[in-house]
Design a protein. Structure first.
Length: 389
């Protein structure tokens, strides 16, 4: 694939991560004294490419594992090789573990002793929040390097470099609209950018073979100029998969954004984040449960109909399901965003719960106790109670 052919081998060629690759990290790599690292960032931002740069520059052994494919037995084999190399030849090992979050905490524990002793220098890569997906003991032994989505300028530079360097793209020219479409479709993911470019270029070449040079395509790599147009890019993109997970950062970030949009009266934002979650495959009743809670917690008695709207939306989801129920959820979200807000009931409930927990044996006052028998009335239960409707 083009993305693999264009993988950089020098740190200076890794675009869009200037903040992550600071002077200290560059110096440690240059002097081959790289510490254990944890690379955290979204897909296609350069984590694996950084590991390739390390492999190309180090004098130490470089070994690579994918946590998605390998288990503890394969890990222990690598650790044993690293120990032998250090003992017999005095050569250290850098161990790159891609998708380290795929391993359980128990599996990650197998790394601890060798990282602690310096048998291996760990370079782990993850797309998940390491606070939740990586063992705390591993975290404490690694420097966290935060990779971000590749910005549009860097993506455009990646396109220029690929067209200039790759033989399959010799003579290719991107129209401005095609360039914009590629960058927009990539959404910060350089791997998606290059894969989409490769598909669009192949389609343009095929069009040229069918319609000649006048069709806006290419010859057979003879240096003839040819164009990649927006329609070829859009055909290659078709539909971008939605980044979403039901238990990870995307899930919690989006539900947080929905709540804050509702609280702030931003109906457009609330609708957008609802749709993001539904488009990502979120269970609709998860959303309606959150909306029901919001109706009581944040709207409360300022608009008692809000709770009815939320309960009705949940009933609609149960009755008709997706995709038809999506508009019912949307109606409820917009209603709650525009409704007046009051947290008085929520705060009163919390205060009452605290009192109940602090004073679980507080006696009920005599005048409001139940008095169903003559004896209970004689001892004072219900005495002095007055009902004033």
């Amino acid at each position: 694939p083009l993305a693999e052919r264009m993988r950089p081998s020098r740190l200076d060629d890794l675009l869009g991560q200037g903040e992550a690759l600071d002077a200290v990290l560059r110096q440690s790599l240059c002097e081959d004294r790289l510490p254990s690292l944890l690379l955290w960032g979204p897909p296609g931002c350069g984590k694996t490419s950084f590991a390739a740069c390390v492999a190309a520059s180090t004098q130490r052994l470089f070994r690579s594992l994918s946590a998605a494919k390998c288990g503890v037995s394969e890990l222990r084999e690598e650790l044993s090789r690293a120990a032998n190399a250090l003992r017999l030849r005095g050569v250290g090992t850098i161990l790159f573990v891609d998708e380290i979050h795929r391993w359980s905490k128990a599996q990650q524990d197998a790394l601890l002793m060798d990282v602690e002793k310096g048998t291996v220098t760990l370079v782990g890569a993850t797309t998940e929040n390491p606070s939740f997906s990586v063992n705390n003991a591993i975290l404490s032994r690694c420097r966290l390097v935060l990779f971000r989505k590749v910005d549009d300028d860097a993506l455009s530079a990646v396109l220029d470099r690929a067209i200039a360097a790759d033989a399959a793209l010799q003579g290719a020219a991107l129209s401005p609209a095609a360039r914009r479409a590629l960058v927009a479709a990539a959404d910060g993911d350089a791997r998606v950018l290059l894969n989409t470019l490769e598909l669009a270029a192949a389609a343009s070449r095929g069009g040229a073979g069918a319609g000649g040079a006048g069709a806006g395509g290419a010859g057979d790599g003879d240096g003839t100029a040819w164009a990649v147009h927006e329609d070829a890019v859009l055909a290659a993109v078709q539909r971008r998969a939605t980044y979403y997970d039901r238990n990870g950062d995307f899930h919690y970030d989006l539900i947080s954004a929905l709540h804050k949009s509702l609280r702030g009266g931003d109906a457009d934002g609330a609708l957008y984040y609802c749709c993001r979650m539904l488009e990502g495959g979120e269970e609709p009743r998860y959303l309606t449960r959150r909306l029901i809670r919001f109706a009581s917690e944040d709207v409360g008695l300022s608009d008692p109909l809000a709770l009815q709207q939320a309960v009705a939306a949940d009933a609609a989801v149960h009755a008709i399901g997706m995709p038809e129920c999506g508009v019912c959820i949307a109606q409820c979200a917009v209603y709650l965003a525009l409704a007046p807000k009051s947290v008085a009931v929520y705060r009163a409930y919390n205060a009452a719960m605290k009192s109940a927990a602090d004073e679980p044996r507080c006696p009920v006052p005599m005048h409001i106790r139940n008095a169903p028998t003559k004896l209970m009335r004689e001892v004072g239960c219900g005495k002095g109670y007055q009902y004033n409707p």
